[in-house]
Design a protein around this ligand. Structure first.
Ligand code: ADP
Ligand code: GLC
Length: 494
């Protein structure tokens, strides 16, 4: 499993939760999994990693070696790509402390991918070779490309799209710098509208493609949701599956959550009322049990649609509601939320930054949870919310559409769903939610229904397992698929 993030070692979003939980679930089912990540600052110590293999300088970026450690909290072996010049830096996996992309991200993630390809190929003295290499998002997109151009026996590859919007686009003349043959820079290869795209590499060369919900799998094959890649995705339709993410119920369960002062479950909801009181106190909101509290946790970007919530804020306040937002992102959106909080002290609060424990307390202590995304490949927070008895308001898109049914139109609905990405449409759904909140017995039923949904990983892990098994059995050589040109011999890495 190759990824740029894994909880709790390195996390900026849902990708981290998914890689760790998927690896954990596969290990529990008896699979022999290795998770490969860059050794970002602090990760080596957190994983208690020790040196395993010297790799020389596989990409002209300095001496590189592989370390072996454990993923804390999961029974999973982690292999870290150690190159201090590239990875031992402050900031997050992609951005420097000032919030700018590291200028050498193309090399940082090419090295991860190159090393993954090297150790996946027979002959490397590890005594272990995978049958499947599963690469996640653009940062791991070169793995299938390297393995395709390798020319020898190789494992099969699965490439998962967590977010098609991030294409990992770089200057066109990268092939020789990242040790791919010039022929790879083609429409039938890594080229995407004139640039070199790591995502396109994964989509073109991966033997099988998956994405993180069935609905998103459909949307990305349309011009509206395909980010310019719908043609390629349509042509790969038979190889593309949407497998809904699960949530890690060991990390996210109100009955065991170490971040809550009082734990609870569907049978004893007093703990949820206590979580709301505690949250209001922690955030400086008015201590009012009857005020509907709307929570939101996430990246503050255009995708996530927090601006729609701000548009509907007057309505929420008019109905006595409160709003708690945790996140960071685009400066314009951050300023708008900051302004709303300053204008309504005690009723609107904004916590800027990334805070895992507080995210749990907002999910638990809110009554309603806003996920008004313009697009959402899967989305995890709506599932966390339902598990904690917090009723989600979501837009009908991607994984939100697959996980939240509308309580007004279906008797077994678990949330409130709106179609158009406008403040008015969000406001109308919010009004329906507030009406339901005002009816205690209806509300209790809604809360219970959400808490009873099973979003655990086992179903999804079985779906991935079936995909891997089918792939291993088919052993279809990638170069024979129509549309893929003849493979060329390529110098042995390292
Ligand atoms: P995405 O991956 O697009 O950001 P997801 O809903 O799949 O969206 O996952 C987001 C994950 O990141 C969730 O686990 C959420 O709780 C977490 N998260 C996002 N922003 C923050 C934040 N500011 N503080 C703590 N956790 C956050
Ligand atoms: C991406 C998507 C999100 C998804 C997550 C994990 O970051 O934006 O919808 O839940 O990956 O797959």
């Amino acid at each position: 499993m190759v990824a740029s993030e894994a909880f709790p070692l390195a996390k900026t979003g849902g990708l981290a939760d998914v890689t760790s939980a998927l690896c954990g679930a596969l290990c529990k089912r008896g699979h022999d999994v290795r998770l490969m990540l860059p050794a970002y600052r602090g990760v080596r110590d957190a994983a208690r990693a020790v040196p395993m293999l010297e790799l020389g300088d596989p990409l002209g970026v300095g001496t590189t070696r592989l370390l072996k450690g454990r993923l804390p909290g999961y029974d999973v072996e982690v292999w870290l790509v150690d190159n201090p010049g590239l990875y031992d830096r402050p900031g997050d996996p992609y951005l420097d402390p000032a919030g700018h992309d590291w200028p050498d991200n193309h090399l940082r993630f090419a090295l991860l991918d190159r090393v993954a390809a090297i150790v996946s190929i027979a002959g490397v003295p590890l005594g272990w070779q995978p049958q499947i290499v599963h690469a996640h998002d653009w940062q791991a997109g070169l793995v299938p490309a390297y393995l395709h151009w390798w020319g020898g026996r190789r494992p099969s590859t699965v490439f998962t799209i967590h977010n098609l919007h991030f294409a990992g686009r770089f200057a066109p003349d990268l092939c020789s710098r990242v040790a791919l043959p010039p022929a790879a820079f083609s429409m039938h290869g890594v080229e995407l509208y004139g640039s070199f795209s790591y995502l396109k590499a994964g989509l073109y060369y991966g033997d099988r493609l998956t994405t993180v919900s069935p609905q998103y799998a459909k949307e990305i094959q349309t011009p509206l949701g395909g980010e310019g890649l719908h043609g390629l995705l349509q042509s790969r339709n038979v190889d593309l599956t949407g497998i809904l993410n699960g949530i890690d119920t060991q990390q996210w369960s109100p009955a065991t959550d170490p971040h809550l002062a009082t734990r609870y479950d569907a049978r004893s909801l007093q703990g949820k009322a206590a979580a709301k009181r505690a949250l209001q106190e922690e955030l400086g909101l008015a201590p009012d049990a009857s005020a509907p509290l709307l929570g939101s946790v996430g990246r503050l970007t255009w995708q996530k649609g927090i601006d729609l919530v701000l548009e509907a804020l007057p309505l929420l306040l008019e109905r006595g509601g409160q709003l708690a937002v945790l996140g960071s992102g685009e400066p314009g959106l951050e300023s708008a939320i900051r302004y709303a909080a300053a204008s309504h002290p005690g009723r609107v609060v904004f916590r800027h930054g990334y805070d895992e424990p507080l995210s749990h307390r907002i999910v638990a202590g809110s009554d309603l949870f806003a996920v008004p995304s313009r697009f959402e490949p899967c989305g995890l927070t709506q599932m966390y919310a339902m598990t904690y008895g917090t009723v989600p308001i979501v837009r009908h898109t991607g994984g939100l559409a697959d996980t939240v049914s509308d309580a007004t139109s279906a008797t077994d609905g678990v949330g409130f769903v709106f179609a158009h990405p406008t403040g008015t449409a969000f406001g109308a759904a919010l009004e329906r939610a507030l009406d339901a909140f005002a009816d205690p017995s209806l509300w209790r039923e809604l809360v219970h229904r959400g808490m009873q949904r099973d979003f655990g990983w086992s179903r999804s892990a079985i779906a991935y397992e079936s995909l891997y098994e089918a792939l291993v059995q088919s052993r279809e050589p990638q170069e024979q698929r129509p549309g893929h040109e003849q493979k060329q011999a390529h110098p042995t890495p390292a």
